[in-house]
Design a binder for this molecule. Sequence first.
Ligand code: G6P
Length: 743
Amino acid sequence: MPRLLRFLLLLLFGLALVTGVGYVALTRTTHRWFESDLRARSLFVVTATNQMLARNWEQGREGLMEALEDITRDERVMGVAACSLDGQRLAATSAYPLDYGCRWVLARIEQEGAEANPWTTTEALPGGRVHLSAVTVAAEGKPLGRVLLVHDLSYLERREATTRNLLLVAFFVLSLGAATITMIAERLAFRVWTSELRRALSGEVTRDFKPLVGDVRELARRLASERDREARGGPWNPERLRSTLTTHLEGERVIILANREPYIHEKTPTGVRVQHPASGLVTALEPVMRACSGVWVAHGSGSADKETADARGHVKVPPGEESYSIRRVWLSEAEENGYYYGFSNEGLWPLCHVAHARPVFRAEDWEHYVRVNRKFADAVCEEVDSEDPIILVQDYHFALAPRMIRERLPRATILTFWHIPWPSAERIGICPWREEIISGLLGSSIVGFHTREHCNNFIDAVDTFMESRIDREANAIVQGARRSLVRPYPISIEWPVHWLEELPSVPDCRASVRKELGLSADALLGVGIDRLDYTKGIEERLQAVDELLSRHPEFRDRFTFVQLAAPSRTKIARYRELNDRVEALADEINARWGKGDYRPIILLRAHHEPPTVFRYYRAAELCYVSSLHDGMNLVAKEFVAARDDELGVLVLSQFTGAARDLTEALIVNPYDLGQAGDAMAAALRMSEAEQRERMSSMRRMVSEFNVYRWAGRMLVDAAELRRRERVSGRLSAPAVLARAIGS
Ligand code: G6P
């Protein structure tokens, strides 16, 4: 039932109740008043005529009639009778009702043992109610008999009816008034609400660090539909992912193709060390691989990688657990320069991120990119052990590999996930090899992106640059006999994070981190964790700290922001320049606000292993993720996972995919330095109760929408696609089979 209608019904019910109770109370009171009035009047008239009555009492009817007629002159007196002490009727006026004879009245008085003078009662006659009183007539103090007076009460009933009608009218008028006022108030509230909504949609509300309404709506829709679907299968964890593989894909091994390997062996003066690279892709996929087993095909980039792998480049990982293998592919320096630094990171990376860096496209880089994609595609085909394997191709390093693999393994299920944003078709059009890139990706069974917006951009690019049919209803691209689905799969992290198992408590982390940074135990701490990349908005982040200290003086000398920055892609000039700029900026801000030992910014430029990173997350009052453009950003989700104390505030750029999932973060525009500074101040002032409310809600979100669900949903979609393709008979077509066997 609509809210307004419910409210109106309640209001009317309340009014009716008040009117009813009022009516009963009013009639009872007026009754009492009238009765005592009639009683007084009866006594008065009989007392006034007492002398005359007493004088003529002995003469009976002749003597008494005149006096009785006198009394009935009062228009409300229906009739009067005179009774002797033993109940004889001495005289009565003509209209005196026979029902109330002298004997009957005296019997009633005796029965009630009433002494009162007058004795009164109210009785019902067929024509209406009457009031009967018996007043004693006396001479020289001795009672002679009684005079009975019958008053007509019909006028009282008339008055009651008038009162009832008046109350009914009042009830209707009040109800109408209340309903009108409610509707007007509701209308006004609706207007205020719609103008708020309009304001929110136009983006004005982000000044208050609110999430975009569209994101909340999309999130609510997703949560509702997912919850229904998922409720049946229980929470997503490694076991459920494994059983999904068994049930839907007959327990096949999964082959991952990704440029970055999850374990890098590096030579150090003290021997070989295993490094976990700073990469969102690795953070997400490594737990999936541990759950599923299989092979991860990657570039062997560590200085001790060759010596720790076998002759074909295989190494069992994770160290000590050895649940899956890495197949390392070796690249020459020229190949790495052209494919990785050149085309991938100077071309595609700035092309896809709106971070104001110009993409550079060199023909020789492209040639390397094509050759290296083929090299990796071949390595994948060497690793498969069936004609229709499941292959997960990762990211912008391998846009061409899906088609290359498809040519050799037509029955393979190829899921390609693009971990970075996919920009507008206009922007993609800048790339001289845009058709080849899109066509390469369309070799996949499913192409996945973090958000629906990126999916739509991809479909637009296909529409603009390719010959194909777009099935908009199914979000699929049809080329000849092949279909590629385009789907959003927002990536996440493992839950619970295994690194947390070995970590000290939050108070211990707070104490140890403050100690190693040379801060007092009660210092306020902010943290930023990134690769040193221009898309992460690290300069804007430090400038926002500067704003915080200039606009909110109470945090000077108390607040320190520690930035853990892992050097990245340092062969590229733009990354080296960024490194220098960030260092200069930190020095400048420290010179402005530093005093004695106090420095507001601590820059730790080095690779930090996950246990250190998680210790810092747990030690901080706030974490600021300020990406200028980011497909998802898993640092935001890791911070949430690290805070099992449910405290700490996440300040999050609106230009990350994560801002769509973590709507309880303080959402900011990282370019608006004042807003970001204010958000950090709000975070530092936030009550523990509010921190808990926000953090627990985000923790629920990340725990439910974890990386096992991400992988599980992709695999289930892939299995469905395989089933449909089998049913349609395309997979068993002789030509296709012959091609597969021939390869
Ligand atoms: C982003 C990319 C990943 C990449 C990571 C680290 O998250 O999407 O593919 O692995 O950055 O970059 P790197 O170049 O060091 O692998």
